[in-house]
Design a protein around this ligand. Structure first.
Ligand SMILES: C=CC1=C(C)c2cc3[nH]c(cc4nc(cc5[nH]c(cc1n2)c(C)c5CCC(=O)O)C(CCC(=O)O)=C4C)c(C)c3C=C
Ligand SMILES: [Fe+2]
Ligand SMILES: [Fe+2]
Length: 335
């Protein structure tokens, strides 16, 4: 009988898919190798022609780096898994609680697991006909935001029946983001046994060439720092970390900046990483352990690494605001 198929359909639902970078499944060399092979083969991440890059990647990089990186991951691994995955999952769960049962909140990773395709399928199986894709990067970069969305659209390309899609814009200058950063920083400074002379905002770097080719990440990061500096009553310095490869990367570099600050008389410092929504190898190990060692070895006295927004109440307030705005007309006018 015509119409009977429609009668058995699930009610139309709205979903939000939080997307983060991705991380190995385990802190061993084989898992890290698998993860790095996928990540560093992305032409949005390494902008060297594949015919030149793949032999270098398969030769030098994937034979030496996995063992070294696995050791670094082991130092920050959590009972629930890789920090990036643990905090991204906690964020999705807390946002689901905050938004209530009318909305389905899920999470996925651009590289590794859970994959974007598998979570899109799962959301559609639950009846999501409208999905907001939310890459959790405050500042837009081709290497992060765009590649996450590319991967989602590639999954949609295989679907006969696609959901309606919206995407979350970058939020680097959103007053709600700056307010969340300030609340988080103030909250983590309060219990310290010292008052820092300055804050250092350390961002993940990228090749200088990528900026010259028009990627807005650098300028958006500078704008975040300008707004954060205006909001804080401590001077806020800026630097770029995690250099990879031989090309020139964005400057000033984080460890060089810490060294310079000590020379200029800064003794006590707090370091924040506002370009990362969740703590990960690059924040916990590179800043919390290695950069700290550098600062103290150079003559610094007190070093505090302040956590990312993660799944904190201020993070959830922020995401409720951002997501709520993008869902306008979907959640309040849905029939
Ligand atoms: C937040 C923004 C990020 C940008 C921009 C970015 C660009 C970028 N990264 C690499 C190389 C590596 N990044 C690695 C880890 C890593 N990168 C980000 C974020 C950005 N990357 C995060 C959140 C993480 C942590 C992942 C985790 O599992 O915790 C690594 C791997 C770590 C290692 O092996 O030491 C590499 C390599 C490039 C080339 C790049 C270019 C624009
Ligand atoms: Fe990176
Ligand atoms: Fe690193």
């Amino acid at each position: 009988m015509p119409g009977s198929e429609a009668d058995t359909r699930m009610p139309s639902r709205v979903g939000v898919l939080l997307i983060n970078l991705g991380t190995p499944d385990a802190p061993d060399a084989a898992s890290v190798r698998r993860y790095l092979a996928e990540f560093l083969s992305d032409p949005r991440v390494v902008e060297i022609p594949q015919i030149i890059w793949q032999p270098i990647l398969r030769g030098a990089v994937l034979t030496t780096r996995p063992k070294k990186s696995a050791h670094a991951y082991q130092q920050v691994w959590m009972p629930g898994g890789s920090p990036l995955a643990v905090y991204t999952r906690e964020t999705a769960e807390a946002l689901q609680q905050a938004m209530g049962p009318d909305l389905i909140v899920d999470w996925a990773m651009r590289y590794g697991n859970p994959s974007i395709a598998s979570r899109l399928q799962a959301m559609m199986a639950q009846g999501c006909e409208r999905i907001l894709l939310a890459p959790l990067y405050p500042q837009y970069s081709g290497a992060t935001t765009a590649t996450a969305l590319d991967k989602a659209f590639a999954a949609l390309a295989d679907m006969r029946l696609q959901p309606a899609i919206r995407t979350l814009p970058p939020y680097y200058a959103d007053p709600a983001y700056i307010a969340a950063l300030k609340t988080s920083i103030d909250g983590h400074l309060a219990p310290l046994d010292f008052r820092p002379d300055a804050l250092l905002a350390s961002f993940h770097g990228m090749p200088e060439r990528t900026r010259k080719l028009g990627d807005p990440y650098y300028h958006q990061s500078v704008e975040t720092v300008r707004l954060l500096d205006a909001a804080m009553d401590l001077p806020v310095h800026m630097s770029f970390q995690s250099r990879f490869g031989r090309a020139k990367w964005l400057e000033p570099e984080t460890e060089a900046t810490l060294t310079r600050l000590v020379k200029e008389g800064v003794r006590n410092i707090a370091v924040v990483t506002p370009g990362f929504s969740a703590d990960c190898l690059e924040t916990l190990e590179e800043i919390g352990l290695r950069a700290k060692e550098v600062f103290l070895a150079e003559g610094g006295e007190k070093f505090a690494f302040l956590p990312c927004l993660n799944a904190s109440p201020e993070a959830i307030t922020l995401y409720q605001r951002l997501v709520g705005r993008e869902l306008s007309g979907w959640v309040d006018q849905r029939v």
